[in-house]
Design a protein around this ligand. Structure first.
Ligand SMILES: Cc1cc2nc3c(=O)[nH]c(=O)nc-3n(C[C@H](O)[C@H](O)[C@H](O)COP(=O)(O)O)c2cc1C
Ligand SMILES: [Mn+2]
Length: 501
């Protein structure tokens, strides 16, 4: 069943030998980042780290810091309570194939999928563990004298008391790096949860780095047009399925809370915020409640980013806190991004694998696809296809460039189905051997990822596709295509046997 708390997930990592507890004092200004970077660069993503005594400019923090909790294939699967990410992909494939069952077995499994989906719908409660401790900074939305003492410990936790990292030396400050940002479209009421980093400006104010292509920014635009203050709730921790869902490139309109409920096979229980009209999962570790004021922006950055480079200073909206609520035993979750490989690779990789069935629905010829770590998500895509007709590789590239966040893909390399896209060396071999650059490449114009510093102007650029498949008649290749070397099965079996001795 689903994790009841982020702590339960961390304990599970511990039992599985996937966690290193650090009990000495470690500073949140750069030092935790340096430690985590070494861990993320070690074989198979190293271990998750729990810093039990982080300090904030030398002051001890009340809350421990967890980092790299999803930074390997195994831990990513554990975060979603799966043996393998591919199990979830298979479930999705089953749902997509929903057609009249042809036999009883299929019938049962379709029914099971249906029930799961039903169980995915969120439920509503009055209060949750995330509100065990409440610190109010503004007015209450609904004053209620029966409510518990807003600051039972009397001290009033603000951002200054959270062990928020400064990640890289030239960062503009401390950044919240794993925030699940909840917003609502003012007209349709549809909900979105996205992960957009937040630079801490002072104890009650941060930046809100939703890039122009993201749903949070689109919701924001609607409020700005209406001239209305936009309520925003930021959750940290809880079931790691929430954090993953916030990063997943879900099609617009597919609610992350519903999707998280589907992943964890348990409805998310939502509770109302204390100071704003939004709901959040009741079991998260921290909730930062607040608002974004239309028209207000502030310089954000620099920030040592996913790309491995510092992103320059840019104006972004400002988030004002009206409350912080938290669990009594809250753990502060975070990550760092930078020169790959980093923890975020495994999150992106899980998304690609989970949604492969969706891509396959669009492209029946698609066999496999990966975004290798060197490409930091959008810079490089390897796709294998079962090619049947001329220029099919180009059709697949153009299709991908038209699909949601795949529009940012800078280089797409298409190979034949017998090439393992997860083996970068094999893909490069095919790319070099099978292409005539002029004939087998194409360059297009498309929106670029906001973080890409290479294009002449931000957010627009050119993308390139390579057809590294074997050429068919009709693809302007006028010689017989040669055969790839392959040993006989028999000779392989003999050597297997002889070498075992
Ligand atoms: C660790 C991490 C940090 C991220 N930071 C940002 C960010 O600061 N701004 C942004 O627009 N996207 C950021 N993203 C990517 C978005 O979370 C991702 O595109 C997501 O699908 C957006 O959801 P949406 O389509 O609901 O807007 C980050 C992703 C990860 C894994
Ligand atoms: Mn979304």
């Amino acid at each position: 069943m689903a994790y009841a708390s982020f702590r339960q997930f961390i304990d599970g990592l511990d039992r599985a030998g996937e966690l290193t507890r650090v009990s000495v004092r470690v500073e949140t200004d750069l030092v935790i980042s340096e430690w985590a970077n070494r861990e993320m660069k070690s074989p198979d993503g190293g271990k998750a780290l729990l810093f039990e005594q982080p300090t904030i400019d030398g002051r001890p923090s009340q809350f421990p810091v967890a980092i790299n909790t999803m930074g390997s294939r195994r831990r990513m699967a554990m975060a979603l309570k799966l043996n393998s990410i591919d199990d979830l992909a298979q479930e999705i494939q089953l749902i997509l194939k929903a057609k009249p069952p042809t036999d009883l077995r299929e019938g049962w499994s379709l029914l099971k999928q249906g029930i799961n989906l039903l169980h995915a719908r969120p439920k509503h409660a009055k209060e949750g563990a995330c509100q065990e401790v409440v610190h109010l900074f503004g007015e209450r939305r609904t004053p209620n004298p029966a409510e518990r003492d807003p600051t039972p410990n009397g001290e009033g936790v603000t951002l200054a008391d959270l062990p928020i990292l400064k990640c890289w030396p030239k960062d503009g400050g401390r950044f919240i790096t794993l925030p699940n940002v909840h917003t609502r479209e003012p007209e349709t009421g549809s909900r979105n949860v996205g992960m957009y980093r937040m630079q801490v400006y002072d104890h009650l104010t941060t930046g809100m780095h939703w890039q122009v292509h993201k749903v949070g920014a689109r919701h924001g635009k609607r409020y700005y047009e209406r001239g209305e203050r936009m309520p925003v709730a930021v959750c940290l921790g809880g079931d790691p399925a929430y954090t993953f869902a916030a990063t997943a490139p879900l099609p617009d309109g597919l609610d992350e809370i519903l999707f998280a409920g589907f992943i964890r096979k348990k409805s998310v229980e939502l509770v109302p915020c204390k100071t704003i009209d939004l709901e959040v999962p009741g079991d998260v570790d921290f909730v930062l409640e607040g608002y974004v004021q239309p028209g207000e922006t502030r310089p954000e950055g620099p920030f040592g980013d996913h790309t491995g480079f510092y992103t320059a200073i840019e104006d972004y909206p400002v988030f004002h806190l009206t409350a912080i609520t938290h669990r009594r035993d809250a753990v502060y979750p975070t990550t760092i991004v930078g020169i790959p490989p980093m923890e975020d690779f495994y999150m992106g990789d899980a998304s690609v694998r989970i949604f492969l069935p969706v891509f396959k629905m669009n492209f029946p010829e698609l066999v496999d696809m990966t975004l290798p770590p060197e490409g930091v998500f959008h810079n490089l895509v390897f796709v294998s296809i079962r090619k049947q007709y001329p220029y099919q590789a180009f059709k697949v590239m153009h299709g991908l460039w038209g699909m949601g966040q795949m529009m940012f893909s800078k280089y797409i390399v298409v190979v034949d189905e017998d090439c393992d896209v997860h083996d970068t060396s094999e893909v490069l071999f095919r790319l070099c051997a099978n292409t005539d650059p002029e004939r087998d490449s194409t360059i297009i114009r498309n929106p670029s990822d906001s973080l890409d510093h290479a294009p002449t102007s931000q957010n627009i650029g050119s993308h390139m596709g390579f057809d590294a498949t074997r050429k068919l008649p009709g693809e302007n290749y006028h010689r017989p295509w040669p055969e790839l070397l392959k040993m006989t099965d028999e000779a392989q079996a003999i050597v297997d046997r002889l070498r075992e001795r």
